[in-house]
Write a protein that binds this ligand. Sequence first.
Ligand code: PLP
Length: 400
Amino acid sequence: MNGGELESIYLDYNATSTVKPEVIEAIAEALAIIGNPSSVHHFGRGAREAVEQARDHVAAMTGARPDEVVFTAGGTEANNLALAGADRKRLIVSAIEHPSVLRAAEALAAPSRIGARDLTVLPVNGDGVVSVEALDQALGADARDALVSIMLANNETGVIQPIAKITNRARERGALVHCDAVQAPGRLAFDFASLGVDMLSLSAHKFGGPKGVGALIVRNGIVLDPIIIGGGQERNRRPGTENVPGIVGFGRAAQLAADDVQRAPHVAAMRDRAEQTLRTIEPKIRIFGAGAERLPNTTCLTMPGVQSEMQVMGLDLTGVAVSAGSACSSGKVEPSHVLRAHGISDAETGCAIRISFGWASSEEDVDKLVGAWRAFYAGLKPRYTKGVSQLSEGGARIER
Ligand code: PLP
């Protein structure tokens, strides 16, 4: 596995996936493409062809039409474009959205902003599923001035949201619907048309593609203003010379994603075995979202009383890479807003870790995770059971 000196295993695919060899190969070839896709000479046409081929692959993976694919520099930009680009006065988002939706919505609703939007944040139940009743209330009888943005699956817990139901209710009353589907490709079969959403965000690096490239799928006929100003690329929706190697890598990863979806039941079985075995080691472990439909690759759990950072560091020392809460905040571990929204105390969310499997994960990885966990826990247990409140390493606290 790349990145570490010891024989490490990588179980942090929801933060970013390892890049597939076929994707690396495609990117390497694309780096040699000379032209600018907007140039009319044959160099330019070659680059354009590579971009359009990738667009076809992304569209095919998503069940969208190629002309509905707007390439962006990743999921964050796609989410920002959806929220800021659609001309809707009211924004309705859920409390468990990724910061690129939640924070963007808050910024658009800041009172100091000219044309500030009205923002409603919907609660979730104890399993992390968005409340459809609260959505009904927020929509009101006429929602032609509203944009609803709900994710397909949560990055921290893997909990899948009832998007088709949400879409029916929202569109019935005239609202636009955006869906952050960044965690779906390769994990879940989904289809843009049958979800019924108007816009959908993707990011290549979550399923074997490169970082820094993604797309917003925009249903034909939806009016969307660009959020950055420049040329007319991407049908006037996203200016800037296209990231040809990134887009080609994204396209290749999209072509390969169906294989991963086929393997999803096997990944779910590995995840379930990991959860069951960890529970036999420590029955107090709590698994978040366990009562809901979840992505097959994700488990978010707490080991009560042991801080997340300590677990992540302890496992890392034995060569197992997992994550504490959301990985998007540059190594800063704060209580997870997602778990808070589940109604879980900060003390407990502070002890949560996320394990996420991916296309290269194997049964041996599960064995290694369980072994590392057992060793970590065995080292901890004497102090843990004696009720020691302070550990020497890194000052991490044990709360009873
Ligand atoms: N949305 C979700 C659900 C995510 O998990 C992430 C990344 O962590 C993003 C959006 C942001 O995507 P990107 O890293 O491509 O900006």
